[in-house]
Design a protein around this ligand. Sequence first.
Ligand code: C5P
Length: 222
Amino acid sequence: PDRLVVAVDGTSGSGKSSTCRGVATRLGLRYLDTGAMFRAMTWWMLEHGVDVHDPAAVAARCAEPVLESGTDPAAPTITVDGVDVAAAIRTDAVTGSVSPVSTVPEVRARLLRLQREIIGADVQPVGIVVEGRDIGSVVVPDAPVKLYLTADAAARASRRAAEQGAADVAATEQLLLSRDAIDSGRATAPLVMADGAVHVDTTGYTLDEVIELVVGMVDRVG
Ligand code: C5P
């Protein structure tokens, strides 16, 4: 296709980021992590003392932060007002507040515009792998490849806890499940399996096996 977008959605901790970066690297594509954009917005709200559970307060300020996302899969970058926040957006404080911020329609509208600008600029000539919760359903509904990644909650929690060196797997699982519930239950652009998406349950597979499967799907449409 002349517009190679690989749209990857799914539940929290299902292996989206590692899969998308691996696929983009293998195929020489760009990579956009839209979750990082929602996290960066949330980081800015916390920094500025905005109550993340007050949608009107979040909506009133969400046009202010200047977000920039780099799309190199080997070294994805994200800055807010020129500050590198790649590490700051992975803290528990941000992870615990990002789903409420992401329910606010004004936040989604602003980030949707930004996402489409980045995708439009990068899709030619190489193509781009885009991950999030509403990529195949809302951001790029005409993407030629759409995936919906899930995994058992226990598997997701133990992978995530191992990544973070966290001892409390049960607490990690609770946090993943509560984000999934908010992300799936919101009115605007909820997490759903998009029309035409292929569902991959990654529970029993290694990262390399999932990357191989997706590379094969992209090769078949390319
Ligand atoms: O993918 P990641 O876990 O970094 O995403 C963080 C949060 O950002 C998600 O739990 C969800 O609330 C929000 N998000 C979203 N739409 C996207 C990507 C992420 O609402 N396209």
